[in-house]
Design a protein around this ligand. Structure first.
Ligand code: S3P
Length: 187
């Protein structure tokens, strides 16, 4: 698959399609899929809205970071993260170490529309959720941009098309990589 044989780490804002694209990538590569939100949910034994309501966002972030750290020793895999994982500096180093970091992006309107289709995102349940989303996005964009080696604009693509685009960019990345040379960001 990709030259380095590393994991594929999907990052990006809520609504970017990380979980669905992760499943498409799993189908195409047969690699194991780790969805960090799902692992956190099983650890608490309840849904993300319930975790936020009962334990608070900080505790959610603690467990999210813990799950990420535990993935360190895993074999090559598809790793799907929650949109806020980049907020903790310590997570960034772990994400990079796990493999090739792929940022799924889309225009703000599309991200918000997709993210608000379900009620599973506590950070979007308050009033003025559109403004809150826009503020979060602005704060996070530079964080995603800083750590991603590959960016895919998913605005006009199906999940399968995004998966194909990722695999093609990974192949190019593998071909262009010389030992010791920095990996160029591709968009
Ligand atoms: C969050 C994104 C969610 C989930 C939690 C917090 C965020 O995951 O981890 O609700 O801070 O952006 P998705 O990105 O899969 O929606």
């Amino acid at each position: 698959m990709n030259g380095a044989g590393k994991s594929i780490v999907l990052i990006g804002m809520m609504g970017a399609g990380k979980s669905s694209v992760g499943r498409c990538l799993q189908g195409r590569t047969r690699l194991t899929l780790f969805d960090i939100d799902d692992i956190v949910i099983s650890r608490f034994g309840t849904s993300i809205p319930e975790i936020f309501a009962k334990h608070g966002e900080d505790e959610f972030r603690e467990v999210e970071a813990e799950v990420l750290r535990e993935l360190r020793g895993s074999k090559q895999a598809i790793i799907v993260t929650g949109g806020g994982i980049v907020l903790r500096g310590e997570n960034v180093a772990f994400l990079k170490r796990l493999g090739v970091v792929v940022w799924l992006d889309a225009n703000a309107g599309i991200l918000f529309e997709r993210a608000s289709r379900t009620k599973t995102r506590p950070l979007l349940q308050g009033q003025n959720s559109k403004e809150a989303f826009a503020r979060m996005l602005q704060a996070r964009l530079p964080l995603y941009a800083r750590i991603a080696q590959i960016r895919v604009d998913t605005s006009a693509l199906t999940d399968e098309e995004v998966a194909v685009a990722i695999l093609s960019k990974l192949r190019k990345l593998g071909r262009n990589q010389r030992p010791g040379s920095p990996i160029p960001a591709t968009t």
